[in-house]
Design a protein around this ligand. Structure first.
Ligand code: UP5
Ligand code: MG
Length: 190
């Protein structure tokens, strides 16, 4: 299975920083398979699988779903994809997620994008989204922001130290932000 992976990008950033929006643009231009960990978890809830209610409660609380559950979903998608280039969006969210991915999948990301966005802007975007997400309310948003700072930023710092991090200023229009993203992929062989 590992032989079928040619390039892994982790896409990190706070809640509402624009990860999903920019991933769509990356897919259009560079042809990756987009795997949003949050979307895979929401699909599990909708399919009423055995973990559905646990996942729903975890997301409502803004906490992190156990690594094995999320990684199994990611792995299934990677294994069934014809595409060998993966954009993994919103994962890993903590050091434990990161270490478990390395152990189970046996691979590390080639590069990591980090969408750096001021808190006020993230809150504004989430409250304006209006797509019925159970976690887009002020109470849950506060918890998501806390978990992001406490548990996800250490992962961001880890990849910065490894020289794999590409920090993107996530303020501005979608196109302005993509102007910073494009050269990152244009510069590396995938
Ligand atoms: N928008 C986008 N770009 C904009 C711009 N430049 N200017 C103005 N508006 C812009 O964007 C958010 C909103 O902003 C949209 O309305 C968009 O149009 C607008 P989006 O691209 O959706 O941002 P994104 O960073 O993807 O925000 P999202 O809410 O998806 O981030 P989260 O990280 O909070 O959500 P995710 O789905 O990844 O996770 C949800 C929950 O699942 C987590 O809190 C956690 O409980 C659980 N989870 C796990 O437990 N483990 C995982 O591995 C993953 C998730
Ligand atoms: Mg998203």
């Amino acid at each position: 299975f590992k032989d079928r992976i040619s390039f892994i990008t982790f896409v990190l950033g706070g809640p509402g920083s624009g990860k999903g929006t920019q991933c769509e643009k990356i897919v259009e231009t560079f042809g990756f398979k987009h795997l949003s960990a949050g979307d895979l978890l929401r699909r599990e809830i909708a399919s009423k699988s055995e973990y559905g209610s646990m996942i729903l409660n975890t997301i409502k609380d803004g906490r992190i779903v156990p690594s094995e559950v999320t990684i199994k979903l990611i792995q299934k998608e990677m294994e069934s994809s014809d595409n060998k280039k993966f954009l993994i969006d919103g994962f890993p969210r903590c050091e434990e997620n990161r270490i478990a991915f390395e152990q189970i999948i046996g691979a590390e990301p080639n590069i990591v994008l980090f969408f750096d966005c001021p808190v006020e802007e993230m809150v504004k975007r989430l409250l304006n989204r209006n797509q019925g997400r159970v976690d887009d309310n002020m109470d849950t948003i506060k918890k998501r922001l806390e978990v992001f700072e406490e548990l996800n930023l250490p992962v961001v710092n880890y990849y910065a130290e490894k020289g794999k991090l590409h920090k993107i200023c996530a303020l501005g229009t979608e196109d302005e932000i993509f102007e910073q993203v494009w050269p990152v992929f244009a510069a590396c062989k995938q």
